[in-house]
Structure formats: C-alpha cells, structure tokens
Write a protein that binds this ligand. Structure first.
Ligand code: MV4
Length: 687
C-alpha cells in the first residue's frame, strides 16, 4: 500500500446489532480473528443460534423489531455495558440508518460501516443520481430535477419517450414505482404514485426514467479503506427476483466480458471514492441486452448475497469490514484480486409457494442439510427444533454452491437442494429446484422478469403421489413401531392412531392395515389441505418379505429403517429420508416432500369452510379493500391487500358469494386469525 494509517484503533469486542443467519455469519469471523462477540436478543430469540454462538448476549426487549433490534438507545447501552468498542449492524434493521451510525460515533463506538455522510448521500435516489452524474456513472435517460410541477413532469416524460417509470426518490423494494405507457395515463399514475410515496416515505419527490424492458440486475461489490484506496470484488447477477425480493444470486455474472467487467468495476470504485466511501458497498446496475449499464442505487451495507463473492474471490468480506473499520489499509490492490469458478446462492425460505408465498411460521420439526465442503456452504441462523416466528424475516438458510464452471455449480445446487429437507414449516425448496433446472436459467437467459415469465412451470410442484408413497409410509410406520416395541411398551400397537392390527397370531399370516391422507402442505401450525383421503395400505408379513398392497397394486419388498433413513428394496433399493411428528409422516425423495397423515374418522368430517368469516392469514396492515357489504364476488376475486413483513399479500374469495360485512379499512392493523370480512357462499343445493 502506498500510505500508512497511524491512526489504527484495534477492535477488541464487537456487538452485533442483528439476529439470525447474518449475526451467526459475523460471529464466525469474529471467532476466527479472536475478537469477542456480543449478541442481542428479544423475547422470541432467547434460545436462538446467534445467542448460543456469541461470547455474551444482552436482552433488549420484546419480540417486535421496533421494541428490540431497532432500538438504537438500548443497543448503544448494551455496547457500553459490555465494553464493546464496535458495532456491526449486519443488513436490514439499523444498517443503513445514518442517525444510528452517528449515535455510535457520539458514544465513541466504531460503527462497522461507511461514514454517515455516505449513507445520507445515497439515501435519496435523486441526490444519489446527482452525485453519480458528476462521477461519470451512466444513468438511465431521465429526469431528477427540483421542478416537481405536474406540467414539468409530464413534459419531461414526453421528452424521454414512453414507456417511462415513475420512481419515488425515497422509494425502495418496488414501492413508490409506476410504469406509464402513454401520455394519457401519466397524470393518474403520477397522482397515485405520489400518494403511495407520501404514505410510505413521507415525501413525494419523483424521478422519471426511460423504462428498460427486460433488464438484468448486475451489482458491483466495492471496498474502500480510510486512506482513500478502493477496489472492486467483481460482480453478482441478482436478476432472479420475485416481487423485488432476490431469490437466486450468482457470481460472476454470466456472459459479462472482461472489458465490461473492468469498465463497471472502475466506474463503481470511482463513484465510491467520490463520496469518500469506507467499507463494503454495492452499486446496483440495470443492464440492458446490448450490455449498456445504468446506475440504480448504492447499498451502503454488507449484502445478503455476499457469500457468492467470497466463494469466487476466496476473501472474507466481514474480515475486510473489520480491518477497514480499524483503520487498516486494504489487504491488496486491484491487480492482486482475481476470481475463480462460479458460485450460486439460493435463499431457502419458510413460505408457501402454493399460497402466494405466504410466510410459514412454526416449529422446524425436522431439518436435514447437505454436507458442507468446498463446494457447498450453508449460512443459517436456525437448527432443528427452532421456531420461525411472525416477527422476523422467515429465511431458513442461504445455500451457496461453488464449482469450476456455471454448469458444474448448477449441478451441485441440484444435488444440494435434494439433500435439503425441512418439515414443520413449508418451504420454497422445490420452487428453487425448478428455477435451477429451468432451461432458460441453465442457458443464462436471465432478466428481472424471469420468475414472472416462467411462473406456471416454476409453480408446478409435486402432485405425483403414487401408491408406492403410501406403501413407503406404511412400511416406515410399521418399522418404527416394531423398532420401538423391541425396547419399550408392548401395548404401543393398540394405542397407535396409525394402524389396526389384524393378526400376529401364530397360525394365520399376520397383516396390518394403515390408512392415510395425502396432504399438500404439512406444517406445525396445523395448516393442511387434503388431496386424497383414506387410502388403505395392507402389509402382509411372510417369512422373509413383506407384501404391501395399495389400491390394487402390490409389491414384495424388504424395508430397513436407520434413524430417519428408510430403504425399501423391491427390484432396486429406494432410499429416502422420513420425518414424523404428531400423526404426520413426510417422505423426502429426490428433492420432493410427500406429506401423509393418519386417516381417522374425526379428520374426515366434510366441513364447509366457505361460509362465515374470512380471517387474516398473519399479523399485518390492511393496504386496500376492494369490496364492500352487499357485493357479489367471483371465486378467486381479490378482496383485500394485506401487508406483512414488507410484502403485500392478496386475500381472495375462496369461492363465489356475497360479502355481508367488512370489518377493516385501509391503514388498519389486523391480527393473525382476526375476521377480516364476513362472507356468504351461495347454497349450492339451491334450498
Ligand atoms: C427500473 C426497471 C426498468 N427500467 N428502472 C425495481 C426496484 C428498483 N430498485 C428499481 N427497479 C427497476 N427499475 C428502469 N428505468 C426495472 C426495475 C425492476 C427490477 C430491477 C431490479 C431487479 C428486479 C426488478 C424487478 C422489476 C423491475
């Protein structure tokens, strides 16, 4: 390095102002560097992994983030009490809050992040664009000046040429954005976009941009030290998004030429230096089909997807952050940096793709993850037995794979997803698998519209249950009970809800009958949707084999059960993982989960759920209500929009009917399970 900093402050103890996987990730590097760690926890996180991994932990309040992880005063107080001389904010929560960074500074605590001035400079899209323009960063053709009169905005839109995108200066995550395709739609879109911006961000300053139809999202990772040095650690392609939430990220960006990579990298470093940036930062660019790239926004934090950069560069970005915060020069120059191979990350979420990706809360009853090695990395903040609560982001883990080539990495991902089994909450694992094996994904035909475009095929999830699956479940249940019977209560059979025992006498062939339902989902909250009911399996025990029959098909087999691994041998050996809790069995075969539950008369009552009240599926805020009392609705018609955990969910009519009463209005908070509206389905018998 050219210059030395004689103002180095060693970081001895770091308080992590975050939770979950990123808190665990940060603690891992702190341990490696022999720096003490302090975790924070709320009521919901008393037994969380980040608390167990840290050297110390401080309780900071109730479960809602607003009463814990977002309370700057409590966090500063915890740092002072534990003697931490630095705070790592992770991502989300207070990570891009310049007021918090300032408070750290005022209390003589190192904020592991950029200077407050850099956070502020990038907080508004309009201000950020002014700065980027001066640093020669390419911008989408557009308008971001002070004159906000309707006339001027319309004139500028016309000058840019339709379609244009209206963006609130303080917007983010897709909020405060409107696509306008012609001049006669401009005013109504401007009005509604401004209303949304005021409601969401308290400010309606608008930018107008030429709309890029099928862009890719390519972002550059930069790093700067306090001495004015800066480098880029190449790029990530994050085009695979759903409703502005990243789903899959990879590095390097497929198809990017070395020349373009260097041009984007140099541009980003120059821009970072122009705002005296320090630490880890990301420049997000939209990339057009011809390779033109345009500045979108800068993120002044360590990002969720940083592991793909770590896998291809071999660097530890959290270590870089800590060294930069201490005042050390960057560990290397641009020329020293190179990348190797290809990395892909997927975000494994507790959610229900079959039901609009609603977060799925509850206890993780079963968690089996692929083995970690140089090809497979898992960053997670939960383990089997932990709860996914309503209070925080329901991400279960980030699964990162690396190989020499992109197709090698895709193959590694396919295998790893098949070894990733979760039960107790629903997950997006099959959905991720479907993306990973999609032809356009494999051929790197990426765009931010990828998921939208392939939605139907990506959502074509398992429906291929077969007689053999019922047979496997029966074999599992039988093996489990006979394993148990060998060392415990002999009366178990009679108590079991699973089976009726026909036989076991000496002179008849013993056989047992099991009855199952096939459920489409199966979680610890007890949500279930039954696809098939009361399917019987008969197991007949002969001297060396079992004859298993279901709906007329019959196989002869042997079965072996070792912990959660069941092997059924017919012509070939089928191996599977099995999770059981309550009266439910889930078979994990080749990346698909088959949920079976014991059939019993009390579960088979033909209830009519469509009459009565429609309830909120989760805690949230009502954004909009589209219907009023007396209105007739069609099946599946959108009735209301609920916002929860930064995402909007459409509540739809479960069948046709008439709305008899609406209990909530836009802006109201609603609790999970509270009646949202009263609904009458027509009497189908016509009585
Ligand atoms: C755009 C665009 C096309 N043209 N701007 C979406 C969130 C916000 N950060 C910027 N976004 C976009 N801005 C112009 N001029 C398309 C998007 C966009 C998008 C961008 C990145 C990743 C996913 C996206 C999904 C939809 C739209």
């Amino acid at each position: 390095m050219t210059s030395q900093n004689n103002n180095i402050i060693p970081i001895k103890k770091v308080l992590i102002a975050n939770r979950g996987e990123i808190a665990c990730r940060i603690i891992r590097t702190l341990s490696k560097l022999d720096i003490d760690s302090v975790a924070l926890y709320s009521d919901a996180d008393k037994t969380a992994q980040h608390v167990k991994l840290a050297d110390e932990a401080v309780y900071i309040g109730a479960s809602p983030a607003a009463e814990s992880y977002l309370c700057a005063d409590k966090i500063i107080d915890a740092a002072k009490r534990t003697g931490a001389n630095a705070i790592h904010p992770g991502y989300g929560f207070l990570s891009e809050n310049s007021g918090f960074a300032k408070t750290c500074e005022d209390n003589n605590i190192i904020f592991i992040g950029p200077p407050t001035s850099a956070i502020d400079a990038m907080g508004s899209k309009a201000a950020a664009k002014d700065i980027m323009e001066k640093a020669d960063v390419p911008l989408v053709p557009g308008y971001h000046e002070k004159d906000q009169s309707d006339e001027r905005l319309l004139a500028e839109a016309t000058k840019i040429g339709y379609p244009v995108l209206l963006k609130a200066a303080l917007g983010g995550g897709g909020k405060g954005m409107r696509l306008v395709t012609s001049a006669d739609e401009f005013q109504e879109n401007l009005d509604s976009c401004k209303r949304e911006a005021i409601a969401s961000f308290g400010d309606d300053f608008m930018l107008i941009e030429k709309y890029i139809t099928e862009p890719r999202h390519v972002e550059i990772q930069v790093f700067c030290d306090q001495l004015g040095n800066g480098v880029y650690l190449f790029e990530r392609d994050c085009s695979i998004q759903r409703r502005h939430q990243k789903v899959i990220e990879e590095a390097p960006a497929p198809g990017l030429s070395d020349e373009l990579r260097k041009r984007m990298g140099d541009t980003a470093v120059k821009a970072a230096k122009s705002i005296n940036y320090v630490g880890a930062g990301t420049f997000e660019f939209l990339m057009d089909k011809d390779g033109s790239f345009y500045f979108m926004e800068m993120n002044t934090r360590l990002q969720v997807e940083h592991p793909v950069t770590e896998k291809i560069t071999g660097q530890d970005l959290v270590e870089w952050q800590i060294r930069a915060a201490e005042g050390h020069p960057l560990p290397c120059t641009q020329e020293d940096l190179s990348f190797n191979g290809h990395a892909i990350e997927v975000r494994v979420y507790a959610e229900t793709p079959e039901n609009e990706f609603l977060p799925s809360t509850g206890k993780i009853q079963y968690l089996r993850t692929p083995e970690e090695n140089k090809h497979v990395r898992i960053d997670s903040g939960v383990t089997q037995g932990d709860e996914v609560s309503v209070y925080y982001d329901p991400m279960i883990a980030k699964l990162i794979v690396w190989d020499k080539t992109r197709s090698g990495a895709i193959h590694r991902m396919d295998k790893a997803l098949k070894e990733f089994c979760v039960n107790g909450v629903n997950t997006n694992i099959e959905f991720l698998s479907n993306i990973n094996s999609n032809d356009d994904f494999v051929n790197a035909k990426l765009s931010t519209h990828f998921i939208e475009h392939h939605n139907d095929s990506l959502l074509a999830l398992k429906k291929d249950i077969d007689n053999k699956h019922y047979i496997y479940a029966a074999l599992y249940q039988h093996m489990l009970e006979s394993n148990n019977k060998n060392n415990s209560d002999p009366s178990l059979d009679q108590q079991s809800p699973w089976a009726s025992v026909n036989g076991w006498s000496l002179n008849t062939t013993p056989s047992r009958v099991f009855r199952f339902n096939h459920d489409l989902v199966n979680n610890s909250e007890g949500d279930s949707q039954t696809a098939e009911k009361n399917i019987a399996v008969t197991l007949t025990f002969e001297s060396n084999t079992i004859v298993a029959s279901c709906r007329g098909s019959s196989i002869q087999c042997e079965a072996y059960l070792k912990d959660d691994e069941l092997t059924v041998i017919t012509g070939h050996a089928q191996r599977m993982y099995v999770s059981q809790f309550d009266e439910k069995i889930t078979l994990f075969i080749d990346g698909k989960a088959y949920h079976l539950s014991a059939y019993s008369a009390e579960f088979s009552a033909e209830g009519d759920d469509d009459n009565g009240q429609l309830t909120a599926p989760m805690n949230g805020r009502i954004v909009d209500v589209f219907v009023s009392a007396g209105e007739s609705v069609e099946p599946d018609q959108p009735l209301a929009i609920l916002e929860a955990m930064k995402m909007e969910h459409t509540i739809r009519a479960p069948s046709g009917g008439v709305i008899s009463e609406v209990f909530y209005a836009p802006g109201d908070l609603i609790d999970d399970g509270a009646p949202l509206l009263a609904f009458e389905a027509p009497n189908e018998k016509g009585e």
